[in-house]
Design a protein around this ligand. Sequence first.
Ligand SMILES: Nc1ncnc2c1ncn2[C@@H]1O[C@H](COP(=O)(O)OP(=O)(O)O)[C@@H](O)[C@H]1O
Ligand SMILES: [Mg+2]
Length: 309
Amino acid sequence: MIEMDQIYKSFGSVEAIKDVGIYLQKGEAVGLLGPNGAGKSTLIDMLTSLTKPTKGQVRFNGKNVYGQLTQFRTQIGVVPQELALYSDLTAEENLLFFGKAYKLKGTKLKQKVKELLQLVELEERKKDRVKTFSGGMKRRLNLAIALIHEPAYLVLDEPTVGIDPHSRRYLLDLIKRLQLERGTTVLYTSHYMEEVEFLCDRIYVLDRGSIIASGTQEEIKNIVSQEYIYKLLVAEKNAQLEQKLNEQEQIHGVYETEEGYRIASYSGALFEKIIQLASDSNVQVLGIHIQESTLEDVFLYLTGRSLRD
Ligand SMILES: Nc1ncnc2c1ncn2[C@@H]1O[C@H](COP(=O)(O)OP(=O)(O)O)[C@@H](O)[C@H]1O
Ligand SMILES: [Mg+2]
């Protein structure tokens, strides 16, 4: 078990993390969800002993990690936000290099490298230099490297940012398999709520350096269970309509989406009203749906802001 409580981290006058406590129990998949700049990387850098907290302690199996760093680091694999690969080396050479850093050698190392290249579907490209790889291939190799010493804990910092849909799907499925089939404990950091919803048993929502919600998905979504979310799809967005919606007493949140508006209310009987308001503003309605609450709604509800930038 890894745990940290009452953790603070400052960079000069910037308080990046304020009084945060999180824990990771063996075998679970935990999500750390928050928008850019929330403090996710800062928090997991401390959790994985890359940096020290300004205040507070990180414990591994009940004891301070700094009294058992070598032991701790053999148990933990980190996929950093920034790629950590040698671009002039081949995929295979990268894995061999990092394997040796963990004192693996001989046939055991070769066997492990082969297995990992298969696992991340890079076997056919193992003799190619990393600089010729796509973003998704690099991300997959980065994950393989984090697994070379068979860590019990795997910590991933936004591993799917900027990659193609195929690699993204593959990585998510693979991480899920590692947890379910090998019992690997996963801490998954992201600002994509769909990924966290797919992967994680338990979730922490981080905003501006503080945890604003935590619990199972169901528990977190219950925060907004009294809410109805209407998705209004329109031919063209319209400021007058937005204002009219905002003026309704029964509506307490109107947010623009790509295709129209997301409208939050405690009433489930607003279809006609919304369509009427759209018609009054000469807005053509393409569709209206009521939607179950998502982690995005929870974030909006708690902060008044969207998870996306
Ligand atoms: N080394 C650093 N020096 C100064 N400020 C930093 C440093 N690292 C992070 N920060 C600040 O801490 C806050 C959290 O950053 P970060 O942990 O990278 O957020 P996230 O990973 O959620 O996007 C931001 O305001 C960022 O500017
Ligand atoms: Mg980050």
